[in-house]
Design a protein around this ligand. Structure first.
Ligand code: CP3
Length: 338
């Protein structure tokens, strides 16, 4: 089990180590990023089985030349988002030779340092944002309710949108490859806004680019004389696309809590995929008994046993559910003692 705390900041030691540093300053400091990555591993020693590097999906738009700031208690903000394909920034982003090896060097340093400090305790995840989700941020300028800008882009400027999605996908492959060189042992692609697309739009504007990443990362790793690592895809809200996602080369399909674990397993098992998920993060507001019930349903649904599934929440946890996270980990251990 591993728990993303991206929306969380739930550990008091997180705030202590972060101090007065701004969020992206923490990402850019390998020392701080590594400390923040290890905090839940130390606190929940023996209960969590994976670490995810402290960083953010929005470092790719930054590497592509866009400014992104993290506004306290509000989330990410692009002061100057992409407006239309006529916008001179679109041309600049499209024409820019993105060198992630250089510009995101701090992420690789944090990964290498963290691998050393983990010393084999648990595997380390690297990650990136999916092209569709990153495009959404780049044109919306931050989180959104209506996704008006990105819908304008895909429906009014589909070709220009696809050109940018392809460019982002290529950057993702290179970025993930560098993370593996630095020491990431498994990678995850987060398509947090997949559920904003209709099934046919998902097939057109997200799936091809998720697939591109999964088809191109393994050969790129081989070319770089690296071991091929397992790949996880998490397309939040895209329950309708489970079959299609199982046909991609991703090894693990992350599920949010809108899936019935047993139904998802019936589809994924036929295609040899591992499932990761999918407890409703909201259950952590409940009692130990309610947590146990959800965990049991999930683990039994995934086929039980001790292999072939990764217990996780169906999305990041919020910052006010600390104690019950230990409850979640304990429940998994109780139903499946090692
Ligand atoms: O959980 C971890 O610490 C692992 C590292 C991680 C972060 N972000 C750190 C973070 C990971 C894997 C992410 C991914 C990420 N970032 C996603 C995909 C996952 C998802 O949530 O769907 C997205 C969409 C982002 C963009 C982003 N970053 C948002 C929307 C926010 C604000 C969240 C909120 O509710 O306030 C962030 C901030 C962020 N990223 C924090 C952390 C620890 C909180 C920063 C803080 O204020 O201290």
């Amino acid at each position: 089990m591993w728990v993303m705390r991206q929306a969380g900041r739930y550990l008091p030691e997180y705030h202590e180590a972060k101090g007065n540093h701004d969020f992206f300053e923490c990402c850019r400091s390998p020392e701080i990023a590594s400390t923040l990555t290890l905090q839940p591993i130390d606190r929940f020693a023996g209960l969590v089985d994976g670490a995810i590097i402290f960083s953010d999906i929005l470092v790719i738009p930054q590497a592509m030349g866009m400014e992104v700031v993290m506004v306290d208690k509000k989330g990410p903000h692009f002061p100057d988002p992409l407006m239309t394909p006529e916008d001179k920034q679109y041309k600049e982003v499209m024409e820019r030779e993105v060198n992630v090896k250089e510009s995101l060097d701090y992420v690789y340093k944090a990964i290498t340092m963290t691998r050393q400090k983990l010393d084999g305790r648990v595997p380390l995840f690297g990650f990136c944002g999916a092209p569709w989700t990153l495009l959404s941020y780049m044109v919306e300028g931050g989180g959104s309710k209506m996704f008006k800008q990105v819908k304008t882009w895909v429906f009014k400027y589909p070709e220009e949108s696809k050109a940018l999605l392809q460019k982002i996908a290529e950057v993702c492959v290179e970025y993930l490859a560098e993370q593996v060189i630095a020491g990431a042992q498994i990678i995850q692609v987060f398509d947090s806004w997949a559920g904003e697309l209709s099934p046919s739009c998902f097939k057109e504007f997200s799936l091809p680019y998720l697939t591109y990443i999964a088809e191109h990362l393994p050969p790129r790793l081989k070319e770089l004389k690296q071991e091929v690592v397992p790949m996880v895809v998490f397309a939040k809200g895209a329950w309708y696309a489970l079959d299609d996602l199982c046909d991609t080369p991703y090894n693990v399909i992350g599920l949010d809590w809108l899936h019935d674990p047993a139904q998802a397993y019936a589809i994924a098992q036929k295609k040899g995929k591992v499932l990761q998920g999918n407890a409703d993060p909201g259950v952590l507001y409940g009692s130990r008994d309610s947590i146990k019930k959800v965990v049991k349903e999930m683990v039994d649904g995934f086929g039980g046993g001790k292999q072939g599934w990764i217990a996780n929440l169906g999305h990041g946890k919020s910052d006010d559910t600390t104690d019950s996270s230990t409850g979640l980990a304990n429940s998994i251990q109780a139903s499946h003692p090692l």
